[in-house]
Write a new protein. Sequence first.
Lengths: 269, 817
Amino acid sequence: MKLFAKMIVILPLFLVQCEDNSLITPDYQGIVIQGYLYEGEPVTQIRITETLPIGDTSSSIPPINDAVVTLMKGDTIFELSPTLGDSGYYHYDGDDLVISESDLFTLKVSYFGIDAFGSTSVPPAPKNAALTDTVLYIPETMDFDFDSTKHEIKVNWDIDTNAMYFVYIKNVEVNPERVNTRIPPRGLPGRMVEMPMNQNFYPILFEDITHYGLHRVRIYRINKEYVDLYISRNQNTRELNEPLTNIVNGLGVFSAFNHTDLFFNAISE
Amino acid sequence: MMQMLLKFKTESMPVRLMVLILLTSFHNLCAQSGLKGIVRDSSSLESLPFANILVLETSKVAVTNSDGYFVLINCPAGGFSIKVSYIGYSTDTFTISRKEILSNDLIRIYLKPSVKELNGVRIKADVDMLKVSENEIGLVTISPQHLAQLPSAGEADIFRSLQMLPGITAANDGESGLYVRGGTPDQNLILFDGMTIYHVDHFFGFFSAFNADAIKNIQFYKGVFPAEYGGRVSSVVDITGKTGNSSKTKLSGGLNLLSANICIETPIKKAGSFILAARRSYTDFLRSDIYKKIYKITTGGGSATKGPGSSSVTGGSQTGSIQSARSQPDFYFYDLNAKLTLHPSKYDVIGLSFYNGKDNLDNSQDFTDLSLQDDEDKAVNLSTTDINKWGNLGVSTKWAHQWNSKIFTDFMVSYSRYFSTFDKTRNMSEIITSGDTSGSGYSLVSSTFEDNLVKDYSARFGVTYNVNENNLVKLGIWNSSFRSVYDYTLDDTLSLLDLSSKGNLTAVYVQDKYELNKFMILGGVRASFYNNTHKIKLEPRVSISYKITSELAIKGAFGLFNQYVIRIVNENVSEGSRDFWLLTENKLKPVSSSQFDLGISYETDAFLVSVEGYYKKMQHLVEFTRRFNNFSDNSDFFFEGSGISKGLEFLLQKKSGDLSGWITYMLCNARKKFAVYNSGHSFPSDEDRRHELKNVLKYNLGNWTFANTTVFSTGKPYTAAQSQYYIDLLNGERANYLHVGLKNEQRLPSYFRLDISASYEIKLKLFSIETGLSLFNLTNHKNIWRREYNLETFPVVINDVQTLGLTPTLFINFKTF
């Protein structure tokens, strides 16, 4: 029995040896960047915020208005200014910063000794985009013969291998008249969106239209970092994983877009 | 010749050693003679595998093989006595006369099972429920009939009862899978009558797929297992199915709040026996409260009552009404065991075993004549096909022959097939029902389809050779051809993953069990050739024990293991069981492990005190996630890592008597390391429970049987959300995100569960009835299964999904005499 007792004392040594219990420091520093650059447009869509701790009941995330935010284009550094109000948005005041196709940008946010940064390049605009028609007829009643040349238009563009696109359709009338037929529209009022896709066309059906009038079809060419963010938005909460991000020392996204606009009219048949 | 053979060039020392042992053994082949016998149940005449036979005059011990045969070599020529014991049976002593020895005929030993007799007197077993091997570390033999009497949640479940053993994690209400010493359920080799069963779950893992009525014996190697087994890296659960009553036809059955089962056993003249056991849930037409509770926990939902508002028909001023809808999920499971056993001669056994189990969940919804805007001229149909099916099919046939007192051979051919299908399709259509355009309309379809299939064709041949009373050699060859398919398709056309592969595994093994006085060594080596990697892997295994006194023994073991078919945990889905099996190859490498066990035990006739420690190192573990890759690139969803598991298990068992059972404490540390997680630092694996205290108690009082199980353990590790934020997307949508802490950095609160059961057996003239009540989680302790976050709102809402609270279960069983 003495030996038995000794063995019981010795055996726990198994558990003590060689354990990797080194303290792991999270690399997260609490800065969230929502940075969007649009080809040919001024820089206004840079938003810096903090994260909100789990358990906090605030309905919005706290903005960071006093960070040092710089945008680097090649060797040139542009310092961004906070936009008025407590929004966390930053913009560039001068007119010497032009966002052009293939430009490479790095955004750096310095806050409380932490430098968070991300890089992106401006993609080319979708090429040879065209609509099959500029008028889409909305039937008033159910008694109609579906005609794909009247009740459906298609937007086409040239596709680059592995390139991703995003189509966003919006009614641009000031006070558009709501479609009021016996055929219910299935889109969202005034706008219609599609998920990022790797294809060279998108069909617009009359059922998608909720309001009459002029509509803008914006075809975005989007970068991988935005696609990553998009597909990360449905986190599986049974097995949590960090959303994909291209921000180092922070969270969120910094991405550039290019787009082509087309227009069509939705009218009653 | 021996010298020539010893020149056999191999770099492996264990192989050299084994060759030497074999040569020595065969040298003695003709020098010994032995006595052949078989141990059977006294009433059903079923053979009893792995029974102990102790020769009282020499203290030599023999063990019956899987068909109940045993051999005694070098016994006293003038007659002797043997003491035969078997778990769940009354130990008895038999005298073997000189005449019987000289006749060289098969000795038949009959043991009485531990049952209550008609007069209410109980035949007591020396070991109830659980028998820990005296020699081999980590080996336990289990009596399914006795273990099935423990409290349960709905179904008597052998695997859930196995979770009460030391070294197996029990603190998970939602899974009947066995997490053995820090391993995962797919790392256990589950053999049912020799066929490999790949997925052993019913009801999304809540119950195991084995019917206790069809099982005779379970050999459970939870640590280093012998060379005759292979293809897995954690443990072996070798289940021997009942062969059926060979003396008369018997019928038994039962009913509980989830399912009904029936079992018929019948002799086939004097040539053998047949058994058919079937179990089916009736949850598709009668939904008890316990079914609803379990369904809600396992699927994350209850009965679906979705209306059209959740479909793509939105906006406008529609007023919807559902004219007809089927929204109640249909779920059922069944399993079927059949076995034909023939004895062409007293030395031959031919067996044909069949197993089929299936689960079917149909959560499809069909809304027809969904009227919108009061428009009577069109029909809007919204239908969702949501079908999840999985199951196993297995067939094995074997021929075993006792050639003489030294040689026993066993030839087996088996086929095993596992499948799972997940099909979720949403279809919406509008059909115009009147006017000139009647019949025209449109439809929108979106779908997700996952399909997994594993086929396993195996053949094996084994030879057991009793060299002498101290030396037992086993050698054999095992060949398996595998095929695996995994297909994951979106919208019928977008194939996210399409993996299909074939493989062939050929293994040869040799092992020798050598006993000398107080010393026992079981050494062996298994050599496997896997054609997908074109490599030969050598797996030496050795298990040693030394009896310091008749009660006190120390044991140790070491082994290397490889696994070629692995289950991938699909962490990207939240509905049900959609893990999938794949064959390994060059890129997805076979999982390998090495394990070292050490233990000490003190055993008397009434009690056992045992302490075992283990250290297990695993390589090429696989995690599957789509989180770290561009979704347009499907090739690199698999990540490789390693793991270490080490622990201590304490067991105090009262082996028999009116009050029997055990208390066990487990101290465990299981960690994994993947480059993609936690900056490459190790983290606690999902299976890690630092402390786990369990007890199993059973008390017989006349016709009453009372039982209790208790589990108290450290909470499960989980990956917690640390903070939250949102990003405005291009379309103006605001997407909420969680910033995730380190992998498995947090732990859920401690787990506690106390179950009790009581049953009463009535003996009538022709049959007996047993009825009882089981109370699962008697204290209604709020154990948390998982933590979920609702990302639809900001701030996100945390929801703790709790496991089963107090859950009563009623059951009634009968059996004819």
